[in-house]
Ligand binder design. Structure first.
Ligand SMILES: Cc1cc2nc3c(=O)[nH]c(=O)nc-3n(C[C@H](O)[C@H](O)[C@H](O)COP(=O)(O)OP(=O)(O)OC[C@H]3O[C@@H](n4cnc5c(N)ncnc54)[C@H](O)[C@@H]3O)c2cc1C
Length: 404
């Protein structure tokens, strides 16, 4: 890259396609997402009709190869879409993330061509809404502690167990499960007694697969449905296992990289919107005969928020630029961006509420919803403590090369 290119390089839109994507999603958000966001948060409902419109924009299979109906975009495009959607409606964006990244991208990266051809066109068009089942009531961070089992009997696996906290797990208020879910289950144990995990796809309608409960009364992300899903001697054809037995940990780790990047970008969207609200309000509202932005303490809220947002944004987009969906290898930075960016959304939304005083505490100015939604980004896709644990482990192993 020449000196001129180096100076004009736009980290946030390295190509015209990225620029166009941001404009397209931003227009869609203004016209379609923003007007419904408060209503679906308040009523704790998933807006399925709006979700399907993301298919018309080619976003439901954003990273899926074109031959399977997707748009074949990269990780930086993923960051753009998640940042823009979350600036308005993080709950809606979480439902999108579960479908596009946790399910569709995971299948695209880890399934055979024949399986991709079977599952992905439906996920890309919106005919199917997908989910991913890793967590269980007693096994979240400690993923190897999962209790769901899959035992091969003839040409079928017989699956028993329960998956907890599944975004898109149910599509309505009742018992309609997602159309398909990529899930992980134990297919045995190794010679050290540790679970051997394998990946499967279950479809709605398979006998023994059902919604246990829709989880309601969530702090935030209320515009996404969360559910417990049950397997009761559910027969899953061998053709629905992804890869070989024992490969799930590899699938999981590779997909967690793009999941964490998407979640980090969601936090950027929350921070950006909160900053916009805070700056505008502080410029209009007067106290003691002065605008709020004349007070040093308010300036500190604004300035700290801006600098933190910019720093997190640079790290997220630089990681996105380098993240390979196919080969992985960005574990350290995908943990890093979520560790740094996750709390930025919450902190900036919190400061925005503070700057708005009583007005920040009610729905009209949006930041109370963003603040509630932001907390999930410190928990889902890996807790802050899990990121600290992973980073320390990886740095201990590779400090020589990483910190050279
Ligand atoms: C709204 C929502 C949506 C979700 N969507 C999905 C989904 O679609 N699919 C899915 O599979 N899961 C989903 N999850 C689950 C989410 O990924 C888990 O909640 C998360 O991984 C944490 O697991 P846990 O809740 O079991 O907490 P735990 O793992 O029990 O952790 C509890 C606390 O202990 C800490 N802790 C645990 N182990 C250690 C350790 N070794 N060192 C230090 N501290 C530790 C944690 O950091 C945390 O602070 C969702 C959760 C929520 C709330």
């Amino acid at each position: 890259m020449s000196q001129i290119d180096f100076q004009t390089f736009d980290l946030f839109h390295p190509t015209e396609e990225h620029e166009l994507l941001r404009q397209t999603v931003r227009s869609f958000v203004q016209a379609e997402v923003e007007p419904q966001a408060m209503e679906f948060d308040r009523s704790e409902r998933f807006n399925q009709d709006l979700f399907l419109k993301l298919g018309d924009l080619g976003l439901l299979g954003i990273t899926v190869p074109e031959k399977f109906g997707g748009s074949a975009m990269d990780a930086l495009a993923v960051a753009i879409v998640h940042e823009e959607l979350s600036a308005s409606d993080p709950g809606f964006c979480l439902a999108y993330l579960a479908h596009a990244l946790l399910c569709a991208n995971n299948i695209a990266q880890n399934a055979s061509d024949e399986q991709c051809a079977r599952f992905l066109p439906k996920l890309c068009s919106g005919e199917w809404i997908g989910a991913m089942g890793m967590s269980e009531a007693d096994a979240g961070t400690d993923v190897l502690g999962m209790k769901t089992t899959a035992v091969l009997e003839g040409d079928d696996y017989v699956v028993s167990g329960r998956k907890m906290w599944i975004t898109n797990g149910t599509l309505d208020e009742g018992d309609t499960p997602c159309d398909c879910m990529l899930f992980y289950a134990s297919t045995g144990s190794d010679d050290k007694g540790r679970a051997v995990l394998s990946s499967f796809v279950v479809e709605r309608g398979f006998e023994g697969f059902s919604v246990g409960q829709k989880i309601t009364d969530k702090l935030g992300m209320r515009a996404s449905n969360t559910a417990e899903l049950c397997f009761d001697n559910c027969h899953i054809p061998l053709s629905h296992r992804l890869g070989e037995e024992g490969e799930a940990l590899h699938h999981m780790m590779r997909n967690l990289e793009i999941e964490r990047l998407g979640l980090a970008a969601m936090s950027l969207g929350i921070a950006k919107r909160s900053l916009q609200v805070m700056v505008e309000y502080a410029n209009e509202r007067k106290a003691f005969g002065e605008r709020l932005n004349a007070f040093g303490q308010i300036q500190r809220y604004i300035a700290d928020s801006f600098a933190e947002y910019q720093a997190a944004r640079a790290y997220v987009y630089d990681t996105a630029r380098r993240l390979s969906l196919e080969s992985g290898g960005s574990r350290l930075d995908s943990d890093g961006v979520k560790l740094i960016a996750g709390p930025v959304g919450k902190r900036v939304a919190d400061r925005a509420i503070q700057v708005l005083g009583g007005n920040g505490y009610v729905g009209q100015y949006v930041v109370e919803r963003l603040w509630r939604d932001s907390k999930l980004l410190e928990i889902g896709g890996g807790t802050l403590e899990a990121h600290q644990k992973n980073i320390t482990k990886d740095l201990t192993k590779h400090a020589g090369s990483v910190l050279s």
